[in-house]
Design a protein around this ligand. Structure first.
Ligand code: TNX
Length: 517
């Protein structure tokens, strides 16, 4: 709650557009095309069923998820059936005959008096379509308990598909630990806005958050605390698998990050033999500084350690990427740094994954080195290094701190967050083009990511204050065509999300840029 009060603007929005967009035109991220139909629309009633025509198990599972969410708010029975057409209702159909351009996440949605139909070439597309449907219903559809409302979807035809294949959000569970339930709650917010990757920053100076077989001290010692000295925590293998499963069920791929060779103070407290700095023995770290720790790059025991961790993590990770960090190493010369990253990237390749690194790893990217780079820097030299790496075949995820960092303060009055990259208003987060932010060869931008570092954010309430409403702004940057989006339309559509968050019990910052109803 602190920030909410700060964000309140007693004067209200200047243009009097309070209440935001209505009907079918309030979906975030904005679909490719939305065409209003005529007639009464479709109203969910006690007769409504959700059907999956061909009995495909994945489609059925998507239908069950949709039904579970809507049952809890509407109190309607909403049975899931295979007999499409037997009753009126919502039909989810896989249709390989849809145009190829629909892609792997695109879908079509139509609503009319006789029902609602979502079609897609893939399960993933069907799932994205159900997230649009949630937003076509009244805000009360997000309630966690039964409420009464007019459950009508206006008549509409929507054709949709994403601009970028990679739309990620990062959660730093190292600076402050987040429980499995808190991570799931964050995934719930991401799923609604069609994110498809969850990047977990699992390790940092303040804590190591994943159990690794044969390395008990990593969690026994390295996970004990967090920033401020409060108790930390870690994920057991079962916990981690549960996060992966929950995300997968919502068509998000988990991207685990083990940050190396800096940001490793927690490792060094657990395994002092991996410290060759010559300084005093590493102690648990409760502060916010970066760049002071280094796992010994000249000791073979380090590579034995990274090899074990990477092999274990790769085995737990169904997705293609394994992030090796590489940021902010201030105590190692470039040649030694590059040699280290090259060796660890090779270990990731050997484990069958694509090495992903922060932009500092650019000199080692391309070819069989780092395959995917995450650009966050505000430095021109780093930008030029990206151009060179992309020329060697690396692809780039755009997460420029001045746009995409959810831990930046909204303005100088924001209580939470930091401001080393400046302040990031909702409009700053929204108004940029990932394709032209850097000078990169055509087609090398894989997508966008919204990182959330948690030095100043101890729990989900604080996370919500920073993520909402900027997370949906970045979702639209990643999903919607540049030509389909503009700030004036976005702020009205975003305003319509406020009542949804209220119904769902999500906190958010009532930023005065947005004409909340
Ligand atoms: C920089 S950006 C970091 C993190 C901090 C963050 C705080 C990057 C790759 N590293 O270690 O948490 O700033 O905004």
């Amino acid at each position: 709650g602190i920030q909410r009060a700060l964000g309140d603007d007693p004067a209200g929005p200047a243009d009097g557009a309070g209440g935001g967009a209505t009907g079918s035109h309030r979906v975030v991220p904005v679909p490719l095309t939305t065409t209003d139909g005529t007639g009464a629309g479709y109203t969910l009633t006690a007769r409504t069923a959700i059907s999956t025509a061909d009995g495909n198990p994945a489609a059925r599972q998507i239908a069950e998820q949709l039904a579970a969410g809507l049952r809890r708010s509407t109190g309607l029975p909403l049975p899931v059936t295979d007999d499409h057409g037997a009753r009126d209702g919502i039909d989810l159909a896989l249709d390989p005959a849809l145009p190829e351009e629909t892609g792997s996440e695109g879908y079509r949605l139509s609503a009319g008096a006789d029902g609602i139909r979502i079609t897609a070439r893939t399960e993933e597309g069907l799932y994205r379509g159900t997230q649009t449907l949630r937003q076509l219903l009244p805000a009360q559809a997000e309630s966690r308990t039964p409420v009464s409302a007019d459950w009508t979807v206006a008549p509409v035809g929507i054709t949709d598909r994403p601009r970028y294949a990679y739309r990620g959000a990062m959660l730093d569970v190292a600076r402050h630990f987040f429980t499995v339930d808190e991570v799931k709650a964050y995934v719930d917010r991401l799923a609604l806005y069609k994110f498809n990757h969850l990047h977990l920053h699992l390790t940092d100076d303040q804590g190591w958050r994943l159990a690794v077989p044969g390395r008990p001290a990593l969690t026994g010692i390295g996970a004990a605390t967090e920033i401020g000295g409060t108790p930390g925590g870690f994920y057991t293998e079962a916990d981690y698998r549960e996060i992966v499963r929950y995300a997968q069920e919502r068509y998000l791929t988990v991207v685990p990050e083990i940050d190396l060779p800096g940001h490793t103070n927690a490792v060094l407290t657990a395994y002092p033999e991996l410290d060759c700095s010559g300084g005093p023995a590493a102690q648990p770290y409760f502060g916010n500084a970066v760049g002071f720790s280094l796992i010994c790059p000249t000791d073979e025991r380090t590579y034995a350690f990274t090899g074990e961790v990477i092999a274990h993590l790769a085995a737990l990770t169904p997705g293609p990427y394994l992030h090796i960090g590489g940021d902010e190493v201030k105590t190692l010369a470039p040649a030694g740094y590059q040699e280290f990253v090259r060796r660890v990237a090779a270990q990731v390749r050997a484990a069958g994954k694509i090495p992903f690194g922060w932009n500092q790893t650019a000199p080692v990217a391309g070819g069989d080195g780092v395959g995917l780079l995450e650009f966050w820097s505000t430095d021109g030299a780093d930008a030029r290094a990206m151009t060179a790496a992309a020329g060697r075949g690396a692809r780039v995820v755009m997460a420029p701190a001045g746009r995409a960092y959810l831990d930046m303060k909204y303005d100088s009055g924001t209580a939470l967050g930091v401001r080393w990259a400046g302040t990031v208003s909702v409009s700053n987060a929204y108004s940029w083009n990932p394709d032209t932010e850097l000078e990169l060869p055509a087609g090398t931008v894989a997508g966008i990511e919204a990182p959330l570092w948690t030095e100043t954010l101890p729990g989900l309430a604080e996370v919500d204050q920073m993520a909402l409403p900027r997370l949906p702004a970045l979702a639209e940057v990643g999903w919607s065509a540049q030509s389909a989006r503009d700030w004036d339309g976005f702020r009205l559509r975003l305003a319509a999300q406020g009542p949804r968050w209220e119904a769902a019990g999500f906190g958010f910052a009532r930023r005065p840029e947005i004409p909340w109803p």
